[in-house]
Design a protein around this ligand. Structure first.
Ligand code: PMP
Length: 403
């Protein structure tokens, strides 16, 4: 694999911040974008910008084809059964809200939803809202001593017959990985629906809906080298068809009169209003970009780099790593002594290093770690050893300054 030429395709990475080259270790928050994505979006706006689905004119039918082609690309990318199972949203957050809102009519007082303790708020708050509206209970699935999902606790909770289990595939805060296939099979055996937040997974590994065995899967374009403002909800056709739409209005209807409205079919039924057309096209370019890479080699590259990062960081006296397992994906979470994580972030920034510091939209998880927040360094396919070395050197300089 020619990693340098792959990295060269990301223009934002080729910059200096003062005396330092940019060391971008915040890919879990949002990834940088390759030229292919930038060019696809610009070309759309320059050449065939038009609204989709609505007009007979040539530009609109080109825009519609380009938009719908991305749905087909996603069928292939996700191993979906049919194109109607792909719903474009504005991101993971909207995708999960769409399900949690859409299922309200199917939940009653006393029903139970289980949520992964490491879940991003986007995969917790919508379930709390559903609970508030219906009297459903939301319970956390605990973590074991290694800060992985506690399988024994999970089994005990499944015995209470939850109606839905919401899991993250990869924790955005820690980089820990859930065995989605096994967890979904167990949940299904107990009659529960499953929703998987794949926001931190899709950019790092191939995913296949038939293999994972979940019922809903959500992710964002901007974390997988695509643009912001677009995300995807995949769901089993029958379950999607049973969702009450979150948004209503244009595009999603069959007939409308002042007395009543009949909603249209999937996928339009769940895509009200003008969709993020250029963003969907950008996402299509990101998928094409990923599919033309040697993903197996990239996974090995990322795994090797993450392990190197974990080792080098652990060797700095005063550093505390959280759940830094060798099989984690994409991210390492840490604190330094009793220093505030934001202070570390500022000192690293002064040396050209971009990391994330805070609660990572996982406040319940921070509570379990016994901290208010931490720093997180995260990797993408373009990250290289020089990034890790620059970060480690900067972290050592912070340590010297603070001790
Ligand atoms: N889930 C996870 C695991 C995430 O990392 C994020 C983004 N930080 C989200 C959900 C929310 O994604 P978005 O803000 O793109 O909707």
């Amino acid at each position: 694999m020619d990693h340098e030429s792959l990295r060269a395709q990301f223009p934002a990475l080729q910059q200096q911040l003062g005396d330092y080259p940019l060391c971008y270790l915040d890919t879990a928050a949002t990834s940088q974008k390759p030229l292919q994505v930038l060019e696809a979006m610009e070309s759309f706006y320059r050449t065939h910008n038009a609204n989709v689905h609505r007009a007979a004119h040539a530009l609109s039918s080109k825009a519609t084809s380009a938009y719908e082609d991305v749905r087909d690309a996603l069928v292939n990318f996700l191993g979906a059964a049919r194109r109607e199972e792909i719903i474009f949203t504005h991101g993971t957050t909207e995708a999960i809200n769409l399900v949690a809102h859409g299922l309200r009519g199917q939940f009653n007082a006393g029903d139970l939803i289980l949520v992964d303790s490491a879940a991003h708020h986007a995969n917790l708050v919508p379930w709390q809202q559903l609970a508030k509206a219906t009297g459903t209970r939301v319970l956390p699935i605990g973590l074991d001593a290694e800060l992985r999902l506690d399988r024994t606790a999970f089994r005990a909770l499944l015995a209470q017959k939850p109606k839905l289990v919401a899991l993250s595939q990869v924790s955005n805060a820690l980089g820990t990985v859930n065995d989605i296939q096994a967890l979904c099979a167990e949940a299904r055996a107990h009659g529960a629906m499953t929703l998987v937040d794949g926001a931190q997974a899709v950019a790092h590994m191939p995913v296949n809906m038939a293999e994972l065995g979940c019922d809903f899967y959500a992710f964002s374009g901007h974390k997988m080298y695509g643009p912001t403002g677009v995300g995807v909800l995949w769901g089993r056709y029958d379950l999607l068809a049973g969702l009450e739409p979150l948004l209503t209005g244009g595009e999603m209807i069959k007939t409308v009169s002042f007395e009543q409205t009949e909603f249209g079919e999937l996928p339009n039924r769940l895509e009200a209003g003008t969709p993020p057309i250029a963003e969907v096209i950008g996402l299509g370019a990101a998928i094409e970009f990923l599919q033309t890479q040697d993903r197996e080699a990239l996974m090995q590259h990322e795994a090797g780099l993450l392990n190197y990062l974990q080792r080098e960081l652990a060797a700095i006296p005063g550093i505390h790593l959280y759940a830094a397992h060798p099989d984690n994906i994409g991210a390492v979470a840490f604190n330094f002594g009793d220093e505030h994580h934001q202070d570390i972030g500022i000192l690293l920034d002064q040396q050209g290093v971009a990391v994330r510091c805070g609660h990572h939209c996982a406040m319940p998880l921070m509570g379990l770690l016994g901290v208010r927040g931490c720093c997180r360094a995260s990797l993408g396919i373009y990250s290289n050893k020089a990034d890790v070395d620059q970060f480690i050197q900067a972290m050592k300089a912070c340590a010297d300054m603070l001790q």
